[in-house]
Design a protein around this ligand. Structure first.
Ligand code: ATP
Ligand code: MG
Length: 163
């Protein structure tokens, strides 16, 4: 596990950008955290780093559940599963299929879907009780897809290390 501290929104964007720089098509990132923790903010930083244009306004997909942005160097799928109640509904969204076609996926409230969606990088964001700008960010992995990238990832996030 990698423990990080983001002291500002810019830090969260930069952490997302560092992670985006080592992603590959078919990667899945599950975003975990309470309302307002910064899951969408992370996605905005991530999508920008992959070259998704500012015109492709990245926002919360709560009403449509899934958005795909095609203007960057790799298609970015952004989903929000907050409203879903069963894993069958997750399967119906076709997220796995879009990843298999080469997209990178970011899924808010995605921990419930891990079983259905498979290997993932799990990014948990937690607000700070005393500092409204501060977030504790924990990065962990499910499966082996990140094995060879784990050390480079750690190194690129060193700057925000909580240790
Ligand atoms: N360090 C930080 N990291 C992320 N967001 C921050 C930070 N500091 C302040 N914020 C603010 O916190 C809010 C995070 O909201 P955001 O929509 O990203 O949360 P969310 O986790 O997606 O919530 P929801 O579950 O409702 O979708 C934004 O208004 C953002 O500007
Ligand atoms: Mg959100």
């Amino acid at each position: 596990m990698i423990h990080l501290v983001a002291r500002s929104l810019a830090d969260t964007h930069n952490i997302a950008s560092a992670i985006a720089s080592i992603v590959r098509p078919r990667d899945l990132i599950l975003l975990v955290g309470e309302m307002g923790a910064g899951k969408t903010a992370f996605t905005v930083g991530f999508a920008r780093a992959l070259g998704v244009s500012e015109d492709d306004h990245v926002s919360s997909p709560t009403f449509t559940l899934v958005h795909t942005y095609d203007s960057g160097r790799v298609p970015v799928l952004h989903a929000d599963l907050y409203r879903l109640t069963s894993t069958g509904e997750v399967e119906d969204l076709g997220i796995r299929e879009q990843l298999d076609m080469g997209a990178v996926g970011l899924v808010e409230w995605g921990d419930v879907a891990q079983e259905v969606l498979g290997d993932a990088l799990i990014v948990s964001l937690e607000a700070d009780a005393d500092d409204t700008e501060c977030r504790t960010i924990t990065v962990s992995v499910e499966g082996h897809g990140w094995d060879t990238r784990w050390e480079p990832l750690k190194a690129s996030l060193q700057k925000w290390s909580a240790a």
